[in-house]
Design a binder for this molecule. Structure first.
Ligand SMILES: C[S@@+](CC[C@H](N)C(=O)[O-])C[C@H]1O[C@@H](n2cnc3c(N)ncnc32)[C@H](O)[C@@H]1O
Length: 305
């Protein structure tokens, strides 16, 4: 057993180091040693590719400390053993909920959506001319609470579906975090998330409640949600035949080898002629040469040729 553990069990706690749980009388470790941080960083990295740098140590410490309390586990080391054990498998989902950052909102990347609607969708549809029952598959691959996927559903309902009535548009949205997926399925949003939604679209497709905006069933039915870990090779291999993949604002949490691994999987999931969107602040420079970088007005998108 490491000496960090003894430090917390046998020394008098200073305020902020240990939180007492009055119902059990147990005490929870609150300060993560550098050694334990490295241990966590490596475990998290192996599980999902997210790489916590030294500068994020306190963020990780605070988030995992809450899981210690929830699980009534006293020390960080015990918690690591727990998540590595068979009985801790379910806790992995809670860990992912605790460590991921889920910022998103409707119409977040307007120029990308413009390129998708005006150029990419018509191009791919033209390439499928003559197909008997043509399917157009779109995958929002780190969807968080679903705003990106639903923005595309709204685009299809508003205009694209009417232009191409014989096409079956399928939208898959996935994330590693079950809590955000449940919120996404419910389709209930606050002012912050809908602030860029055009007023007429808001009126037509959202029911206004007390400080909430709930998507109509018509929109919610268009998106299928799944828990998919982008780092899980076996599951990733099952997602194929996509025409467009959006994997936005998640690569920033990965290091180069995990970006390479994820991008290789996404490449395989795309159809020839399909497109991959990543976040504005992200790039595949030094990550992959497999794609062709295509420039659209104020947006760059990666094409599988
Ligand atoms: C900042 S949000 C991006 C949401 C949306 N794509 C956007 O651009 O607005 C990043 C999401 O990536 C998810 N994520 C992080 N690591 C993941 C992984 N290994 N597999 C799947 N999703 C992951 C997080 O749970 C989080 O919801």
């Amino acid at each position: 057993m490491s000496s960090d553990l003894f430090k917390f069990k046998f020394t008098k706690p200073t305020s902020g180091d240990i939180e007492s749980n009055s119902s059990t009388g147990r005490e929870f470790e609150q300060v993560m040693t550098d050694e334990t941080f490295v241990n966590f960083r490596d475990v998290i990295y192996k599980l999902c590719g997210i790489y916590y740098t030294e500068s994020k140590k306190y963020l990780l410490e605070g988030r995992i400390a809450k899981r210690l309390i929830a699980c009534k586990i006293q020390t960080f080391l015990e918690y690591i053993k727990y998540i590595k054990s068979f009985s801790g498998k379910e806790e992995l989902y809670n860990l992912f909920e605790a460590i991921t950052i889920n910022e998103t909102y409707f119409y977040r990347a307007q120029f990308q959506f413009d390129a998708l609607e005006n150029i990419i969708i018509p191009e791919i549809i033209q390439n499928k001319a003559g197909f008997q029952r043509p399917i157009f598959r779109i995958w929002s691959a780190a969807s968080s609470t679903g705003e990106e996927a639903y923005t595309i559903a709204l685009m299809i309902l508003e205009r694209i579906g009417k232009k191409y009535p014989n096409f079956n548009f399928q939208i898959l949205a996935s994330d590693i975090n079950n809590a955000v997926l449940e919120n996404a399925k419910a389709g209930v949003y606050k002012e912050y998330a809908i602030r860029n939604v055009p007023p007429d679209v808001l009126n037509r497709y959202f029911k206004k409640g007390n400080n909430t905006y709930t998507l109509t069933d018509e929109v919610r039915r268009m998106v299928k949600f799944m828990n998919i870990n982008l780092y899980d090779q076996a599951t990733m291999r099952t997602i194929v035949g996509c025409d467009v993949i959006l994997c936005c604002n998640v690569l920033i949490y990965f290091d180069i080898p995990s970006k390479q691994k994820v991008i290789t999987h996404l490449y395989d999931s795309l159809n020839k002629g399909g497109y991959l969107f990543i976040g504005y602040s992200e790039s595949l420079h030094g990550i992959s040469k497999a794609f062709k970088l295509v420039h659209f007005p104020k947006a760059m998108v990666y094409k599988k040729e």
